[in-house]
Design a protein around this ligand. Structure first.
Ligand code: KG4
Ligand code: ZN
Length: 338
């Protein structure tokens, strides 16, 4: 092996327990254990999430080390998600990372989860990587941001949601339609056979580069309730068209603000990140926009869109190069900003 560091990444901010091993910028393993228990409740139950992380963390790390075909003594540093996220979930990953760092006498690196989503673009998969500066539309279950990325350590949020996140807009709409949690992938799937123009929904008008999805959610709820009063089978009979129209509305809000950000900043290098970047309609509409306007677009591999530890390990790699380590007194933070 070359002298490049080997980083163990740990992600436990929400309901996925993940561990990854990175050698330089190349992934040797990326193991994710999803928590099915939450689908029974239509959303993540924080208490159950922390308990499941506690059960999963050791087997997941073991599997990542085995799959990477290394010994734990080969690991140069451990990086973990410091926040934002659910505090009980973050505590499991951070406590594990601290103990591991102490036991192995290696440096400890704290990573911002949202920064991790963005830097997942720098995992070496033999594909082109974004050049600085670029704009990243970071869309997940908890966040919706337009980020101006100047370097791996210098990023500014230039637009954000004032209420729900884009992922929440997908998940709450799916709940209204009676689809399982998390609803984003289900809406994506049903929308493929639907017509985007069948239903129109009201959207809030928000200034500058900020987003709002609560007006859209209310409009979807009222339209469906009104129609259900006239026809109890309204959802089943229109599921595909409803999903396509809802998805079109959410994606239009996102693209509208991204186009505005391109105009304001003059930056034409674009990237997307976060769970919602797995959405097939968002990916194809962004692709069309990039081709139309001659922008350069970077879309992550599906496995790096939703929560994973590879993105924490790559962020750890950049911090390792900067000697940006923390000591054992650091604590996780549920509302961590950049
Ligand atoms: O980044 P992520 O895995 O976790 C958070 O940090 O929140 O994002 C999860 C979100 C959920 O809201 C989920 O419904 C959404 O990403 N999502 C999707 C798709 N896949 C995941 N939304 C729309 N279309 C998809 N294909
Ligand atoms: Zn995330």
């Amino acid at each position: 092996m070359t002298k490049e560091p080997i980083i163990l990444g740990i992600e436990s901010s929400c309901d996925d327990t993940s561990a990854a091993i990175l050698h330089g910028q190349k992934i040797l393993s990326n193991i994710v254990a999803n928590q099915q228990v939450h689908s029974l409740y239509g959303g993540v139950v924080p208490e159950l999430a922390s308990r499941a992380h506690q059960q999963n963390i050791i087997p997941v790390v073991d599997a990542a080390i085995k799959k990477a075909n290394i010994n734990k003594e080969d690991i140069s540093a451990i990086a973990f998600t410091k926040g934002p996220g659910l505090l009980g979930s973050l505590l499991v990953g951070s406590s594990f990372a601290k103990s591991f760092a102490m036991g192995m006498n290696i440096p400890l690196i704290a990573v911002n989860h949202m920064q991790g989503h963005i830097l997942s673009h720098f995992i070496d998969e033999g594909e082109p990587i974004p050049k600085f500066p670029f704009l990243c539309l970071t869309v997940s279950g908890g966040h919706t941001q337009i980020v101006r990325v100047e370097s791996a350590s210098n990023m500014q949020v230039i637009g954000t949601t004032i209420d729900d996140a884009a992922g929440e807009a997908f998940d709450k709409s799916a709940k209204i339609l009676g689809l399982p949690y998390p609803g984003g992938p289900h809406i994506d799937k049903h929308a493929k056979k639907g017509n985007i123009h069948t239903f129109a929904f009201g959207k809030s008008k928000i200034k500058e580069l900020n987003f709002s999805f609560s007006g859209l959610k209310t409009s979807i709820l009222y339209k469906i309730q009104n129609n259900l009063q006239k026809n109890p089978r309204f959802i089943e009979e229109n599921l595909e068209n409803l999903c396509a129209s809802i998805q079109h509305s959410i994606v239009s809000i996102l693209l509208n603000k991204l186009e505005k950000a391109i105009k304001l900043t003059g930056i034409k290098q674009l990237a997307i990140a976060g769970g919602v970047s797995a959405n097939s309609y968002l990916r194809s509409e962004l692709g069309k926009l990039a081709i139309d306007k001659g922008h350069q677009l970077y879309i992550p591999k599906f496995e790096y869109c939703t929560d994973n530890a590879a993105m924490i390990a790559i962020t750890g790699y950049f911090k390792y190069l900067d000697n940006n380590f923390i000591d054992q007194s650091e604590t996780p933070s549920a509302r961590l900003s950049f």
